[in-house]
Design a protein around this ligand. Structure first.
Ligand SMILES: Nc1ncnc2c1ncn2[C@@H]1O[C@H](COP(=O)(O)OP(=O)(O)OP(=O)(O)O)[C@@H](O)[C@H]1O
Ligand SMILES: [Mg+2]
Length: 449
């Protein structure tokens, strides 16, 4: 590796390429260019750079595919994806596929310079280290998740928090759409401005219109005074349009116009107000299906869908469950309580399919804490839907629990009560300590192994 960090600019536009190379050199890097995916891949193996700047319009395979091949050849190579203003969505998708950053043209030179320096530096210091993006961004917004899909979501949140494009959050009920919307707002530079949630499904259509856009005095019966709409109240904060699929068609047009023209027209008035608010929308419905059957406008869908964040159902990320359980125990347990779940109960919490997602898990923990008596919460303390679905059927019929389950729970409880004193626990249980050790060993062996 030479002393001066190497940057490759992969851009199909010869002028952009030349200007970028000149600029990159002027800030102290060694820069070269290439005009196609083929050139890029060939050059990468011969002469790996410290940073790659990759445009989404580069001739060849789709950017996400190309990125995968690049990272296969050069694992951990920091890649900055660039795109023209119109195709932010494509660039954002590349973050999920391992890009370090994306930038929309025209660039902010100062921001790009700092980024290039940081990435090149990090690449040099920790050549063997994991790519920069592998570090989870710090979250103080109460969002928990260690699974790969949630880590991807967190990266996307910190990325989109910095710009003002609309964001569409998709996911089943209870997957955390609202917490994600809040995290975007509260991670962004406008975090001290208002965050205003509006449930588009909860209000009658005529009311949503005046809620969102405001009205002038006398606009309709009952409009006794001017009212400022929430899109205006939010100033340059965020309006969170929950259940966006429920928005009536005529209001969809009005919303689209407001977003496009960045202008709000209160009902019954001729006054126009500039709209500064950022729009974040969410739904648990399949919006593309709603577009297909005509209940949602395609143009609004495209507008909102520039950046979309899809939250996976909890059953697809069981790795998050132990941490979520801890999080909710901490939330609901009083400081003096030392209650915890037995291993068997935790296993059941992990393997349940959670149709109500994180919300159901949260309710389950709160309820179990409230209703259980001992320090150790066992399978028997969990709500019945879990016990029915679990791998160990504790109350299969007539509320009868198999001996094996009762025994395991008794042992786990004894260990908690004796603070893990195995000799004392065995004595109190009336079994030999060798038997206790053997049983503990059995419990550590996964079922079926
Ligand atoms: N990753 C997470 N970490 C911590 N808490 C979470 C997480 N995801 C969801 N929750 C909690 O689960 C509950 C449900 O989340 P939220 O209200 O955001 O879901 P939703 O997707 O908006 O659901 P719905 O579609 O039913 O409105 C909330 O109490 C939230 O705090
Ligand atoms: Mg919600």
């Amino acid at each position: 590796m030479s002393e001066i960090p190497q940057v490759v600019i992969a851009d199909p536009d010869a002028v952009v390429r030349e200007v970028s190379i000149g600029w990159t050199q002027s800030i102290g890097f060694d820069a070269s260019g290439c005009a196609s995916a083929e050139d890029l891949l060939a050059g990468l193996s011969r002469n790996p750079p410290d940073v790659l700047v990759l445009d989404t319009q580069l001739p060849g395979p789709p950017t996400t595919e190309l990125l995968a091949r690049v990272l296969q050849l050069q694992p951990g190579l920091p890649v900055i994806v660039t795109s023209a203003q119109g195709s932010v969505g494509a660039a954002v998708a590349t973050i999920k596929h391992g890009a370090a950053e994306y930038f929309t043209k025209p660039f902010d030179g100062e921001e790009l310079k700092v980024l290039l320096q940081t990435l090149a530096q990090r690449r040099r210091v920790g050549h063997a280290a994991r790519p920069a993006r592998a570090a989870a961004p710090p979250f103080s917004n109460g969002l928990v998740g260690v699974s790969a899909p949630m880590q991807g979501v967190f990266r996307l949140i910190s990325k989109v928090a910095r710009n003002r494009y609309p964001v569409l959050i998709l996911g089943e009920s209870g997957t955390g759409k609202e917490v994600v919307a809040r995290a975007i707002h509260y991670t962004g530079p406008e975090r001290d401005r208002p965050f205003i949630p509006v449930d588009c499904g909860a209000l009658v259509p005529s009311l949503i219109e005046s809620e969102l856009f405001g009205h002038v005095k006398g606009a309709f019966t009952g409009a006794q005074a001017n009212r400022t709409g929430l899109l205006e109240v939010a100033q340059d904060g965020t309006v969170f349009l929950d259940e966006i699929a429920e928005l009536p068609l005529d209001l969809q047009i009005k919303l689209l116009r407001a977003i496009q023209e960045r202008e709000i027209r209160p009902v019954g008035g001729s006054r126009r107000v500039r709209m500064e608010a950022r729009i974040i929308a969410a739904t648990n419905r399949d919006l593309s299906q709603a577009v297909a059957d005509g209940s949602f406008r395609k143009d609004l869908y495209f507008r909102l869908n520039v950046i979309s964040i899809k939250l996976p159902p909890l059953r697809e990320r069981p790795d998050d469950i132990p941490e979520l359980v801890e999080h909710f125990l901490g939330k609901f347990r009083s400081a003096s309580q030392r209650k915890r779940f037995s291993d068997a109960a935790l296993e059941l919490l992990r393997s349940y399919d959670w149709p109500g997602n994180v919300r159901e898990l949260e309710n389950c923990i709160e309820r179990t804490l409230a209703l259980s008596s001992g320090p150790l919460m066992n399978i028997a303390d969990l709500p019945s839907p879990l016990r029915r679905q679990g791998p160990i059927p504790p109350a299969a019929d007539h509320g009868i629990r198999p001996m094996a389950v009762v025994e395991r729970e008794a042992i786990e409880e004894a260990l908690v009560k004796t603070r893990d004193d195995k000799i004392l626990a065995a004595k109190k249980l009336g079994i030999g300590k060798t038997t206790l050790y053997r049983k503990l060993k059995e419990y550590r062996t996964p079922v079926g192994a």
